[in-house]
Design a protein around this ligand. Structure first.
Ligand SMILES: Cc1cc2nc3c(=O)[nH]c(=O)nc-3n(C[C@H](O)[C@H](O)[C@H](O)COP(=O)(O)OP(=O)(O)OC[C@H]3O[C@@H](n4cnc5c(N)ncnc54)[C@H](O)[C@@H]3O)c2cc1C
Length: 392
């Protein structure tokens, strides 16, 4: 078999988008998925495209990505179901409002003007269902919602249209690095050869790295979403509350989606998630505390999916420091969907030795080498995450 320029292991959006932009530059690319493209996190997430209160380190990525989401029809021939909803975070008291004011000032200083403070009256207008005690909030109007399934289908089709090849039901079971690239062993396509290999295996990225003699601190994590019966239109933006773990939004069909990183149990032997009723109960309780409509709603279903998570909840993007030519794009820690088009562009540029539009400083795997003992023995608790300086 002829050697290709790059094999992407994992047909989620990180693999599909990176392969697409490389294929458009005339490179020969293969995407392999043990199941099928979009079967895991990329196809089953909550569809939130949020710049609001993103960690500072991710702002260049999300702003690049947002511009792409607003222009998706031109990029992949489909709007991917993206529509602008806005994202809003309400403050429950003056202290929370001060925190949001600080955040708005910080992003303004960095040159981003999208995070706007709103007062109590505007909050009531935009999200009348937020309970009375909330005093104001912060909003980013350009954020929105896209359909994960449509997005995966569109990127897959665009990739094939650009000359890329996708093999579904093709599990990578071994990788041999050699002097002239890699030999990749698969279940359905035998041996495949490539100049470079990209690990975009989502929840399986740590396992895949191990297969080739590398180590990555990426663990599988399950995240869940609650869905209500259809309701009359109650709100347009995604709504959250400062300091609470909750996102609440109303889909175009009227159902409310309630999520916020509530965990599901994970069975990696079967590659499955199972609902965790304690987590769902905690999620419903926070929704009840904060939204006035929750007395009247009926939860009709819930779903969960798997993602790869790093100890500091930031992705890993960059070349392996142990296996030359191996590139990692993983560990998106339950918030990678929104970033994926921009990540694809950056990864494609880096793999071709070009200068990307946005750098990867802070996302390289080396950050964990410096603190590997600390991470292993004392992972940073969730509430303190979101600050890369914790790892410097
Ligand atoms: C329930 C839920 C809700 C979420 N909501 C949001 C949201 O609202 N907004 C947001 O921005 N993000 C959200 N996310 C996170 C987002 O979906 C992920 O961060 C992102 O999709 C990760 O993409 P990926 O390509 O890295 O992984 P995946 O989409 O999981 O793709 C990895 C692929 O690798 C394949 N694979 C693994 N091992 C092998 C192997 N050995 N051989 C071949 N193939 C292999 C798998 O089959 C899989 O298809 C959510 C995640 C979940 C689970």
């Amino acid at each position: 078999m002829k050697k290709v320029d790059c094999i992407f292991i994992g047909g989620g959006l990180m693999g599909l988008a990176s392969a697409l932009f490389m294929a458009r530059d005339g490179k020969k690319v293969l995407v392999l998925d043990k199941d099928c493209t979009g079967k895991h996190a990329s196809g089953v997430n909550a569809g939130g495209v949020r710049s609001l209160k993103r960690d500072i380190a991710e702002l260049p990525y999300i702003h690049g990505a947002l511009a792409m989401w607003h222009n998706m029809e031109k990029i992949v021939g489909s709007d991917c179901g993206f529509y602008q909803t806005g994202y809003l975070i309400a403050a429950e008291d003056d202290q929370a409002m001060r925190e949001l004011e600080q955040r708005a000032a910080q992003t303004r200083e960095l040159g981003y003007d999208n995070e706007m403070l709103i007062g109590r009256d505007r909050l009531r207008e935009l999200a009348p269902i937020v309970r009375e005690h909330c005093v104001g909030g912060i909003m980013s109007v350009k954020d929105g919602h896209a359909s994960p399934a449509e997005t995966c289908r569109a990127f897959h089709a665009a990739l094939v249209g650009a000359g890329g090849v996708v093999h579904n039901h093709c599990e990578v079971v071994g990788i041999d690095p050699g002097e002239n690239g890699f030999c990749v062993h698969t279940t359905s396509q035998g041996k495949l050869y490539a100049e470079q290999v990209v690990n975009c295996a989502g929840a399986w990225a740590g396992k895949l790295a191990h297969m080739i003699g590398d180590t990555l601190p990426v663990e599988p994590v399950g995240a869940s979403v609650l869905v209500t019966a259809r309701m009359p239109r109650l709100l347009h933006p995604f709504v959250a509350v400062q300091g609470r773990k909750l996102w609440f939004n109303q889909a175009r069909n009227g159902t409310l989606l309630i999520c916020g990183g509530y965990l599901a149990d994970v069975d990696m032997e079967k590659g499955l998630t199972r609902m965790n009723f304690h987590e769902l109960q905690a999620c419903a309780k926070v929704a009840y505390d904060l939204f006035a409509v929750t007395d009247d709603i009926t939860i009709v279903r819930s779903w969960a999916g798997l993602d790869g998570e790093t100890p500091d909840h930031f992705p890993i993007i960059g070349y392996s420091n142990k296996v030359p030519g191996l590139f990692h794009v993983c560990g998106f820690s339950k918030h990678g969907f929104a970033l994926s088009p921009m990540v694809g562009q950056v990864v494609s540029a880096l793999l071709q030795g070009k200068k990307p539009e946005v750098g990867i400083a802070g996302f390289e795997v080396e950050r964990f080498d410096r603190v590997s003992d600390l991470v292993a023995s004392n992972p940073i608790p969730h509430e303190n995450c979101g600050n890369l300086s914790n790892y410097k």
